[in-house]
Every structure is written in C-alpha cells, then in structure tokens.
Design a binder for this molecule. Structure first.
Ligand SMILES: NC(=O)c1ccc[n+]([C@@H]2O[C@H](COP(=O)([O-])OP(=O)(O)OC[C@H]3O[C@@H](n4cnc5c(N)ncnc54)[C@H](O)[C@@H]3O)[C@@H](O)[C@H]2O)c1
Length: 436
C-alpha cells in the first residue's frame, strides 16, 4: 500500500518506520526541511529504539521518500496518516492550527487529483473535533463531500516514547472512529497480521478514548505517588504494598469499578478514605487527589438531584435504597442521601427494596436511615407495580428487567437508570442514565 505520513515527529516517524518494515511504500511530509533531509537520506529525525534501523532498511529497499510539498506527498497515496502536532495553547486548550493547516493543504491538493485517499487522523484531538472542525475544512478546501466522495477516520495512537516500536507492533487495542460505518475497512486491512482487539466506534467516541486512557494513566500515577508518600512517612516500603496491590487482578487491576455509574457509598469506602485523609493530615502528608475524591463523589449525587429537579416530578419511585442490591445495609448509602434530598425538594417518594425489612433493622444501620428519612415504613412499598403512579422512577439496583422498564416507558414514566440494565431499548421514550 502507498501511505503518506503528514507530520514526521515522534508519532509520524514511528508509524512511518513500522509501515516501511511491513512492506508499504511511504512518503513523509513535513514543513521542517531538516527532517525531510534526514528521511531522504534514510536517517531518522528522532531518537527512538529500533527506528533508525527500520528507516535505513526501508530507504535501502527504495520504499521511502520525503518531501516538504504536500501536493507531492499526496500523489498516488492510498492513505494519508495525519500525525501533526496538537500542542497546548496558553489557556490550556489545544492548538489545531497545524492540523487544520495540513488538512487544508491536503484538500487543495485533492482538487487537482482523481485519487481519493483515506484520510486518517492520528493526532490527539478533543471529542467532536474531527466531525465539527476537520471535516468542514476538508470539504471546503477540496470541494468534496466527506462520507460520499472521500472518507475520514479517527485512529488514536497509544504508543509510549521509549518503547514506541514495540507498542506499534503489539498495541493494547486498535481503535477506529468512523463517520459512516465501513469507512475504516481499508485501514483495518493494513492491521491484518496484528494481534489486538479492534474497536469500531463513532468519531467522537474514538477521540474520547484517547483522553480517557491518558487521564486514567495520570490518575494511576498520582494515586500510586500519594500512597507512596504516605507509606514512606509511616515507615512502610510502598513498593512492597504496590506489589501486592497489583497482584490482585480481580478487584484492583481489572475492569472492576471502572464502569461509569453512581456515587460510591457503604460502610467502608467513605469511612476508610476519611480515616486515611485524617491520618495523612496528622503526619503532614498532602494527598490532594484523594482529598478531592469525596468532593467528586458528592458532585455525582448533586448532578443526579439537579437532573431530577429539572425533570420536575411530584412523585418519584426508587428501586433500591441499600447501598448494594440484595443487602439491607443503608450506612452511607448514596441512595438514602438522594431520597433525603428529593424529600427536601418537596417530592413524595415510593421506595421498593426487596432486601429491606424495617422491623429487622438494628444498630447504626437503623439509626442512619432513621436520621435521614424518619420512619422508613412511610416510603416503602412491597411491589414494583406500586411504582406505576410515579412520574419518574430511579433504578438504583439491577433488580428490574428490561421488560419492566419498557412497560414503565410505555406508560409515559421517565426512567433514570443508574446501573445500566441490559437490553433496554435506549431510544424508547424518556429513558436516561447518569452517564449516557
Ligand atoms: N509523542 C507521543 O508519545 C504521542 C503519543 C500518542 C499521541 N500523540 C499525539 O500525536 C500527535 C503528534 O505528536 P508528536 O509527539 O509526534 O508531535 P511532534 O511535535 O513531535 O511532531 C509533529 C510534527 O508535525 C509537523 N507539522 C506541523 N505542521 C504540519 C503540516 N501542515 N503538515 C505536515 N506536518 C506538519 C511538525 O513539523 C512536526 O514535525 C499529537 O497530537 C500528540 O498529542 C503523541
């Protein structure tokens, strides 16, 4: 395949080197002539393990060219990989000038050509950028209709500098965002021999995945470092703790607790977090990330209450009050907080929770719910049918079926689903979650 790589920085050069190694004909395009001079002589303009050898071999095989002229770069290309920089602006936003500039040059060059290469954006851009900013630039510069005459794909890059060639060869995943289904077919063909799960998404979803990964990596690093700072002050070797923490692949290093949903609660997480924050304050160890976790959790509750207030029901049904389904533990249950807030907003409630028998509640569990909601019997109902008089039903536990939700939606009841019941027809009536 003939591929042109626009932008010969870290991402562009690594891509170019690996594409050469895979037997493709590659043209590097960059306005910086020193980089083009290097590539034209079979040298790498960046320092990265294995890259020099791959470029030298590709050059010797006569499959590498480089140019500062975009029109020359596009000639005959079946694919254009855009690896142009998207640096930070002063205000923290991203500077798209180089990327839109490259797209404009590509669009103008396409006017004089019959070929319609697949345009692949690899630069990191905020969700919505490709569809709302890059597509219009490409269309106005080329006079073509994107989706009909020419296809664009967003294809995030997950490489790490220092192990970039290994990451290209063995990627954690191959993600493509498409404007129309099938747009990325040719690109995925190129990865035929790569072992990695493939994900076809919408453009904005693929754009967000890249940020999601990087934000999570930042959170992981910060988390590990805050624990490290605390451990050192307590005279504990944090590396030993980290080894055991990371050995747990069921709860710690796993998809557990990583699905968007509602706030955490219960008798452990908030209590343990407060205890560590208290202790860290005593020994003067700052843990700003963990400090903000409780605030963030409260915000999740407030977001839901605000949303319900906006929807304006008089009567709200709750499926689930305990902090977890099939238990009767209401200590620090976020649903108890929500119920209290909704009562405070003047709404009447009907609560269905098959795990709760008020007469059997004892100790701190009983006291906490009594303090928040008074007599629980006032609000509890014993069947789901009794919720049909509510204008809005809040699904807090996964103890209802999709059919039940469809019945409520058919009866013009708004359903806010905090747990993501499977197989619900999401386009049917007034159905929403807190994260979708
Ligand atoms: N470096 C990484 O580890 C990494 C990893 C994943 C994603 N990314 C993302 O990939 C993109 C590129 O990153 P990078 O580190 O390779 O950037 P870089 O700054 O090293 O390289 C960008 C290149 O684009 C060139 N360029 C500017 N305008 C151009 C134009 N009109 N036409 C052609 N080339 C042009 C520049 O001269 C430069 O050589 C960024 O959006 C970045 O966020 C980077």
């Amino acid at each position: 395949m003939k591929v042109s790589v626009f932008g010969t920085g870290y991402v562009g050069v690594v891509s170019l080197a690996c594409l050469l190694r895979d037997g493709h004909d590659v043209v590097g395009v960059d306005p910086v002539s020193s980089k083009i001079d290097d590539l034209s002589q079979g040298k790498t303009p960046i320092q990265e393990p294995q890259v020099a050898e791959l470029i030298s071999a590709g050059h010797a095989a006569g499959r590498l060219r480089a140019t500062t002229d975009p029109a020359v770069g596009i000639g005959g290309a079946e694919m254009l990989w855009l690896c142009v920089g998207t640096p930070s602006r002063q205000d923290g936003g991203i500077d798209l000038d180089s990327l839109t500039g490259a797209i404009q040059e590509i669009g103008r060059s396409l006017r004089g050509l019959k070929t319609r290469p697949l345009v692949i954006v690899r630069s990191t851009v905020l969700p919505g950028t490709t569809e709302n900013k890059l597509v219009p630039v490409l269309e106005s510069a080329s006079g073509l209709s994107v989706g009909r005459d020419i296809q664009i794909v967003y294809h995030p890059e997950f490489l790490r500098e220092g192990s970039a060639v290994n990451d290209f060869d063995d990627p954690p995943k191959i993600v493509v965002g498409e404007l129309i289904p099938g747009a990325a077919d040719r690109l995925l063909d190129l990865y035929q021999n790569y072992q990695a799960p493939r994900f076809r998404l919408k453009l904005a979803e693929a754009e967000l995945i890249k940020y999601c990964d990087n934000l999570f990596h930042a959170v992981k690093i910060t988390f590990a470092n805050e624990i490290g700072a605390l451990a050192k002050e307590l005279g504990i070797d944090a590396r030993i703790v980290a080894d055991v923490f990371c050995a747990d692949r069921k709860l710690n290093i796993s998809p557990r607790y990583l699905r968007p949903g509602f706030a955490f609660g219960g008798s452990c997480l908030p209590k343990d977090l407060r205890a560590i924050l208290r202790r860290s304050a005593e020994i003067s160890v700052e843990m700003p990330m963990l400090h903000s976790v409780l605030n963030s959790n409260r915000s999740q509750i407030e977001r839901l209450v605000d949303r319900i207030v906006t929807l304006g029901p008089q009567q709200v049904g709750l499926v689930g009050l305990a902090f977890k389904s099939m238990t009767d533990d209401m200590r620090e249950s976020p649903y108890v907080t929500v119920a209290k807030r909704l009562i405070g907003e003047g709404m009447s409630l009907k609560i269905y929770d098959q795990g709760i028998q008020p007469e059997r509640l004892i100790g701190s569990n009983k006291i906490s719910v009594q303090n928040a909601l008074g007599h629980l019997e006032t609000w509890l109902v014993s069947t789901l049918d009794e919720l049909t008089s509510c204008e809005l039903i809040l699904v807090n536990h996964p103890s209802v079926t999709a059919d039940q939700i469809h019945t409520w939606l058919d009866g013009n009841i708004t359903v806010v689903d905090l747990v993501g019941i499977t197989d619900v027809d999401r386009d049917r009536g007034t159905y929403e979650g807190i994260a979708w």
